[in-house]
Design a protein around this ligand. Structure first.
Ligand code: FES
Length: 113
């Protein structure tokens, strides 16, 4: 069974914003970005664009997509899928759940499973 990390309350991340959980804190080898999407839900992706090097948390959330701030590739927050060039590789997802107003991140548990 995988462990979750409490990363704060739903009010800690405004809709359309993201919070980075550093690798040292999340227990993986990658920083993880937790996004509060415009559908009101929370999603998590590795915080590195699969095209080159960029923080997706610094990008722009549109609905349930995030646009990379460097070359404008878009990723689906639900599945991690790369939706347009120049990215062709999906971003890794991680499960996020909300319980009693607390946001729980499950590092290394796929968010789109
Ligand atoms: S680094 Fe993200 S699209 Fe190039």
């Amino acid at each position: 069974m995988s462990d979750s990390i409490s990363i704060g309350t739903v009010d800690d991340i405004d809709e359309g914003e993201a919070k980075v959980i550093p690798a040292a804190q999340n227990g993986t080898e990658e920083d993880i970005a937790v996004f509060h999407a415009e559908d009101g839900n929370f999603y998590a992706l590795n915080d590195n664009c699969t095209h080159e090097t960029a923080s997706l948390a610094d990008g722009w959330i549109e609905g349930t997509k995030v646009e990379c701030p460097v070359h404008s590739a878009k990723f689906c927050l639900k599945t991690g899928a790369a939706l347009c060039m120049p990215a062709t590789i999906a971003a890794r997802t991680h499960r996020v759940e909300v319980h009693g107003g607390n946001v729980l991140l499950y590092p290394n548990v796929r968010g789109d499973a």
